[in-house]
Design a protein around this ligand. Structure first.
Ligand code: PEP
Ligand code: MN
Length: 337
């Protein structure tokens, strides 16, 4: 449940409610909006039913949050959350494009891509050093060397980097290099990994599992938030359906559903969402029109030679052209890009 404080509540009254809630064995999460302060009560709330919190000084009302996700819900925090990744803000009026190769393959490949996407207007660089591949015989990523190359590309271009962490064992090392941690679709419900990235406090890009519902994505985010890490962006990246024309079915509805359900920023991945480069621009345009806060797009200087996801990677020229189109759509929906 949440405790909504009166507009004129004093700081002492807010602190008294927090102290009271903590005395009862709960964690209190303070959310200070422009209008008023909201105190989220975290934990199993059943014993609270008998506690007349409404009678504490400064309290306007006590509202139960009906969804199983609490911290992620819009009831809990009505205003959109903006997260900051090494200076780049996701969730504000500007739509952020994150671009780069599926996997870091070499210094040349990464730097060439990084400069090209920066030139076209991307604000962050993506690239996997640890790749979750379906086959154990496919390229698994460069591991620690890939992280070093990402850091070098960040130095050279100034673009913050997002890269996947697949296991709690690698987390400390990945945090030393990455500005944002990607939790891949296949790990969306790896709860010990979610808890560990929560404790790390690092910004997180949480991708929707390919067979997960939107409420399951929100519950996965809740694991991170419940570990006091509120820097979480949710990513729709396509789900499994009966359709075989595309690799996955990009669930554009998810953008609108998430916008209602949560205050967290929404990212769309049209590359995995379609699986085919020629379809990526249309899906990206639709995502911007639907209200996404950021896009994550795979770009490779030579897709036919890519070690992973070449079929869905854009060449830098195509990416540049797409960026122009996205700017126009952003303007039409009252955003910048
Ligand atoms: C990726 O971003 O390259 C990736 C593996 O994504 P997903 O986890 O969505 O498949
Ligand atoms: Mn990929």
């Amino acid at each position: 449940m949440i405790v909504v404080m009166r507009k004129d509540a004093t700081e002492a009254e807010v602190q008294a409610v927090v102290a009271h809630v903590e005395e009862l064995g709960f964690r209190a999460h303070l959310s200070r909006g422009v209008e008023r302060t909201i105190i989220g009560i975290i934990g199993d709330e059943r014993p609270l039913a008998t506690q007349p919190l409404e009678r504490l000084p400064g309290v306007e009302r006590v509202v139960p949050i009906l969804q199983p996700y609490k911290l992620a819900s819009r009831d809990f925090k009505p205003e959109n959350t903006v997260i900051t990744i090494n200076g780049v803000r996701i969730g504000g009026p500007e739509i952020v494009v994150i671009a780069g190769p599926c996997a870091v393959e070499s210094r040349e490949q990464l730097l060439e891509t990084a400069f090209a996407v920066k030139e076209a207007g991307a604000k962050m660089l993506r690239g996997g050093a640890y790749k979750p591949r379906t086959s154990p015989y496919s390229f698994q990523g460069l591991g620690p060397r890939g992280l070093e190359l990402l850091a070098e590309a960040r130095e050279a271009t100034g673009l913050p980097v997002v890269t996947e962490v697949m296991s709690p064992t690698d987390l400390e090392l990945v945090c030393q290099y990455a500005d944002m941690l990607q939790i891949g679709a296949r790990n969306m419900q790896n709860f010990s990994l979610l808890q560990a990235v929560g404790r790390s406090g690092h910004p997180v890009l949480l991708k929707r599992g390919m067979s997960s519902r939107i409420d399951e994505l929100l519950m996965a985010a809740e694991y991170i938030l419940a570990n006091s890490n509120y820097n979480v962006a949710l990513c729709e990246r396509g789900i499994r359906t009966f359709e075989t024309a595309t690799r996955f079915t990009l669930d554009i509805n998810a953008v609108a559903v998430l916008r209602e359900a949560t205050h967290l920023p929404i990212v769309v991945d049209p590359s995995h969402g379609t699986g085919k480069w020629s379809l990526v621009p249309a899906a990206a345009r639709a995502a911007v029109a639907a209200g996404a806060d950021a896009l994550i797009i795979e770009v490779h200087p030579c897709p036919e030679r890519a070690l992973s996801d070449g079929a869905q990677s854009l060449k830098p020229e195509t990416f540049g052209k797409l960026m122009q189109e996205l700017r126009e759509i952003a303007r039409a929906v009252g955003r910048t890009l």
